[in-house]
Design a protein around this ligand. Structure first.
Ligand code: NAP
Length: 559
């Protein structure tokens, strides 16, 4: 079982009581080990007042609700200890050989290797084959790089493993992309000794959450309301509740949401609730990939090709929806009819046939948007104003054309609207027929035209539906609190107005439309429907009815 160690920094004698309370709360939340990060405390008291330092740290060990790790981290590896190595190693030796003793002492490989004298002292403090005394403490040898992946990562690990006194080898470095997490997983799979391999920073969450899948010895978590001791640490509760840490094992399948930025996405909460409800051994994680095509291609390719990850698919969001279609095309995969037509998809499905990955790009945005619009009571949309020309607009335009509607596109950059209309192939009666037109017994090319800038929509005549696919009004977006349409826009009763923006639910556009008597549909209906369709595409089963909508209602911070 992969353990959860909660890291608790103690910088001052006055903090000891609060630190013990925090450890007790973390243990109640589910932590298995407590790492007392006493570098700040030791830095203040050693070497002058080592008696007080020993007394305080022994109290932490004695009152620790779980077995403890004691760490006096040096400043050059991210800690607060600035003193000489021999003083802190002498302190660690006294702790290891004393009573009560911690379960583990952590010392950096760099310090351990600095001199024969330090090695000798560290070996004296811990249990190992050549230790004549019966000690209760084992040694964690560690290496940290807060800047990047160290060039000699593999050699560092080999030196730790080759040291007979080393019970656990620990490597932590700042990931440059999700590909560093894959390397951490490889190190775990090839381990010869209990190993911790963790990535720090915004790309590091998978290495922390998926450690049990690859046999990691432990993962570190943060106590509630305490600072991270390394960037990107989730709290114990987040790890256990949001990321379902205890349910992750070797067979767990990996899914995620790919975007940049992606930390705000609610997709993981929805899909993980679905996996739980149906007893599916899978996890859905945020997968940040920097915005370029090259990053998308390299990272998604590496995740698919690293078979032990069991990567089975992803939700794909801004700015990668078009990259997904290009990627699946290049890898010889299948495109659903809508993604083929509009060049944008929000769902990657990865199946394996005889170990060979078979990819599919699916667009669930378009049917979801249409279902949400039609759910507002309009069984038929004749003429629709589409605001925006990005990924969502492409998909929704295809869906509306499929429905048989006439679509007029308005966008800040008119050239982009023109490209959209051209690529959907209908502006001049060219290109694709509406999907299923034959089944409906209808004929004729779909009608899509460019209406101009967003302000031009005021004079563009009457519409049955208005759909906002710009990011205007989106929380944290480019025009938070604004409406994409001018006040003069002629909303009316009998019109349906939908906003793809789902945070906030009530946007200025919807407020204005409702005030004028129009029917409104907020972005959550579409969001839930597109997520339900993704879930079904991956698992072959829909999530329980109403589950995603209920989960979306819950307060976001509740892990
Ligand atoms: P995108 O590809 O980046 O496109 C953004 C669109 O917004 C473009 O048309 C852009 O115009 C326009 N825009 C951005 N800032 C603007 C501003 N300040 N003034 C006027 N127009 C502006 O994004 P997307 O993937 O299409 O997503 C668009 C929105 O839909 C987002 O808010 C997203 O969260 C939402 N969405 C919701 C769902 C759902 O399920 N509810 C699904 C997908 C997307 P230019 O072309 O001129 O840059």
């Amino acid at each position: 079982m992969t353990l959860i160690a909660v890291a608790i920094p103690v910088d001052d004698a006055a903090e000891v009581d609060a630190a013990i309370e925090a450890a007790v709360r973390a243990a109640r939340d589910g932590a298995d080990l407590v790492e007392w990060r006493v570098d700040g405390l030791a830095d203040r008291l050693l070497p002058g007042d080592s008696a007080s330092a020993l007394r305080l740290v022994r109290r932490l060990i004695a009152e620790s609700p779980k077995p403890s790790i004691v760490t006096v981290r040096s400043a050059d590896e991210g800690g607060a200890w600035r003193g000489p190595d021999d003083a802190r190693v002498a302190f660690l030796e006294a702790l290891g050989a004393g009573d009560p003793a911690p379960r583990y002492l952590d010392l950096e490989l760099a310090a351990f290797e600095r001199s024969a004298n330090l090695r000798q002292k560290a070996r004296l403090a811990v249990q190992h084959d050549r230790q004549p005394r019966d000690l209760k403490t084992s040694l964690i040898l560690s290496a940290h790089d807060f800047g990047s992946r160290p060039a000699d990562l593999l050699s560092r690990l080999a030196r730790m493993v080759d040291e007979p006194a080393c019970a656990v080898a620990k490597l932590a470095w700042r990931a440059r992309s999700l590909r560093d997490d894959l390397e951490a997983f490889e190190l775990l799979l090839e381990r010869r000794t209990p190993t911790v391999a963790l990535c720090m920073g915004e790309f590091g969450l998978p290495s922390r959450v998926l450690a049990p899948k690859f046999g990691g010895f432990l993962t570190f978590a943060r106590a509630e309301a305490m600072d991270e001791t390394a960037a990107g640490q989730p709290t114990v509760r987040e790890l256990l509740r949001r990321w379902r840490f205890r349910r992750i094992g070797p067979a767990t399948e990996t899914f995620g949401v790919i975007g940049w930025p992606v930390g705000h996405s609610r997709s993981p909460v929805l899909h993980n609730a679905g996996f739980d409800a149906l007893g599916i051994d899978a996890i859905h994680l945020p997968l940040p990939i920097e915005g370029s095509w090259e990053s998308f291609k390299a990272t998604v390719g590496a995740m698919i090709d690293f078979e032990p990850l069991s990567f089975r698919g992803a939700s794909v969001t801004i700015p990668h929806k078009e990259h997904l279609v290009r990627f699946v095309r290049e890898r010889g995969g299948a495109l659903c009819p809508i993604s083929r037509r509009c060049g944008s998809a929000n769902t990657l499905v990865v199946r394996r046939r005889d170990g060979v990955p078979a990819l599919e790009a699916v667009n669930t945005d378009a049917p979801a948007a249409l279902a949400a619009l039609l759910g507002a009571g309009h069984r038929r949309i004749g003429r629709a104003a589409l605001l925006g020309a990005g990924g969502a607009a492409r998909a929704i335009a295809a869906g509306l054309l499929d429905h048989g509607a006439e679509v007029v596109v308005f966008n800040r950059s008119v050239e982009r609207a023109e490209a959209l209309a051209r690529e959907l192939g209908a502006e001049r009666g060219l290109g694709a027929e509406p999907l299923h037109a034959a089944e409906r017994g209808e004929a004729g090319a779909p009608r899509i035209s460019v209406g101009g800038r967003l302000s031009d929509a005021v004079a563009a005549g009457d519409f049955d539906a208005v759909v906002n696919c710009t990011s205007v009004g989106m929380e944290g977006g480019p025009a938070e609190g604004a409406s994409p349409l001018p006040e003069a826009f002629p909303f009316r009763a009998g019109m349906v107005v939908m906003d793809a923006v789902y945070r906030p639910r009530e946007t200025p556009l919807l407020r204005a439309a409702r005030a004028a008597g129009a029917a409104t549909v907020d972005g959550t209906a579409m969001f839930v429907l597109q997520a339900e369709a993704q879930f079904a595409a991956w698992t072959g089963r829909p999530p329980p009815a109403g589950l995603f909508a209920r989960v979306l209602e819950q307060p976001e911070c509740e892990p």
